[in-house]
Design a protein around this ligand. Structure first.
Ligand SMILES: Nc1ncnc2c1ncn2[C@@H]1O[C@H](COP(=O)(O)OP(=O)(O)OP(=O)(O)O)[C@@H](O)[C@H]1O
Length: 371
């Protein structure tokens, strides 16, 4: 655990960047630090690895105060990833990643083989190893930055706006990969971001700071959306809070799914018309996976792929309430398709039934993170 105990930082010019911060960042979890520009996020992060010294208060790692530790040794226990990756421009990718193992006295061969493993871990092909940073895209450089931070197998990782220098699509991919990676590595991570959606997506715990480095609220994403501590947090979390909170509430399996008539590609128009009295009929493949909807009345021959209406999204029965509602609203039949973990059809749910399930779940008083 990383713990802040009444930690303050006043810069020599008198700016109070962080003010008596009390915070616990749990072991093996991601804490996302978020807040408006200049609220002290970076200062808070850099006090952990002592790139900035606190003016007062104590920061401890697993119960041990950092103030008595040798800063160089402390930094070896903590991976650090910054915006734009901060790679050494004149070193190859593999040498960049191997920096820490080399510093720790590992042989060149051992360090290289560890670096090659990590390259794969972060989703880069082996042929990137001997390239230089300028030969990589921004997103690829960020991956290398993460690999480099992981090279010494630190228990703690500090990440300062690690995904903000890339376009939104790549950012989304990097975030997804990062969450997958964290499932495997289970590090204690603090990530700084100014983007509340990124904080809500990545954080097990989201910490909102206000200007002057004052803690506004530390909570799970669902709590933050359903129970903002005050107007500042409510404004910062933003619009559509109620709807967005559904993205953090999982379905409990007791969904009121109704059985849905089905057809298959190649079925005749007559059999399709006989299968349902409704305007829309769901088509599944031979494994029971939904493919799309057809209108039996408009079929002229057998059901072909071109006949399928693909507008409906599909909700997993273990997915989120947001996905369920979206499935219901996006289906042309207005019946949301629900599948199991293998993607096979369980049944359908109307928007009405989805809202009933949401109301029954009582998100506000549940108030616990779904992840
Ligand atoms: N070396 C310094 N000397 C004086 N003031 C500083 C120094 N570094 C930062 N500050 C001030 O401390 C406050 C907090 O800065 P910090 O960089 O921690 O904020 P931040 O939340 O990370 O901001 P951003 O999101 O814009 O990166 C700001 O008012 C900033 O101007």
């Amino acid at each position: 655990m990383i713990k802040f105990d009444k930690v303050s930082k006043a810069y020599p010019d008198g700016t109070v960047a962080v003010d008596k911060l009390d915070l616990e960042c749990p072991t093996g979890k991601i804490t996302a630090l978020v807040g408006p520009s200049g609220c002290g996020k970076t200062t808070s992060l850099r006090m952990i690895n002592r790139l900035i010294e606190p003016t007062s208060g104590t920061i401890s790692l697993d119960g041990e105060s950092t103030s008595g530790m040798d800063p160089a040794l402390l930094r070896r226990r903590i991976g650090y990833v910054i915006q734009h990756a901060g790679l050494f421009p004149h070193r190859t990718i593999v040498d960049n990643i191997a920096t820490m193992p080399r510093l720790l006295g590992k042989s060149k061969k051992e360090s290289r083989s560890r670096a090659m493993e990590l390259l794969e871990t972060v989703g880069l092909a082996a042929n990137f190893a001997d390239r230089y940073p300028w030969q990589l895209s921004g997103g690829q450089q960020q991956r290398v930055g993460v690999a480099r931070a992981l090279a010494a197998d630190p228990s703690f990782m500090l990440m300062d706006e690690p995904f903000s220098a890339v376009d939104p699509v790549v950012r989304g991919q990097l975030q997804d990969e990062f969450l997958r990676l964290q499932q495997e590595i289970g590090k204690t991570i603090i990530i700084v971001t100014h983007d509340i959606d990124e904080a809500l997506k990545l954080g097990d715990q989201v910490v909102v700071l206000r200007t002057g480095g004052i803690l506004a609220q530390a909570a799970t994403p669902l709590e933050l959306l359903t129970q903002p501590a005050d107007e500042f947090v409510a404004d910062f979390v933003g619009r559509d809070r109620g709807y967005r909170s559904l993205g953090f509430a999982t379905l409990d399996g007791s969904l009121p799914t109704a059985p849905e008539p089905i057809a298959h590609l190649g079925d005749t128009a007559e059999s399709a018309r006989g299968a349902t009295s409704d305007t829309w009929l769901l088509v599944v493949d031979s494994g029971g996976k939904p493919l799309g909807w057809v209108e039996p009345a408009r079929l002229t021959g057998i059901i072909r792929p071109d006949d399928l209406n693909l507008s409906g999204t599909v909700a997993n029965s273990n997915g989120t309430m947001r996905a369920l509602l979206d499935a219901a609203l996006s289906a042309p039949s207005k019946r949301g398709v629900v599948v199991d973990d293998h993607g096979e059809l369980i049944g359908t749910v109307t928007a009405h039934a989805a809202v009933d399930a949401i109301e029954a779940a009582d998100l506000v008083s549940a108030g616990v993170g779904a992840r």
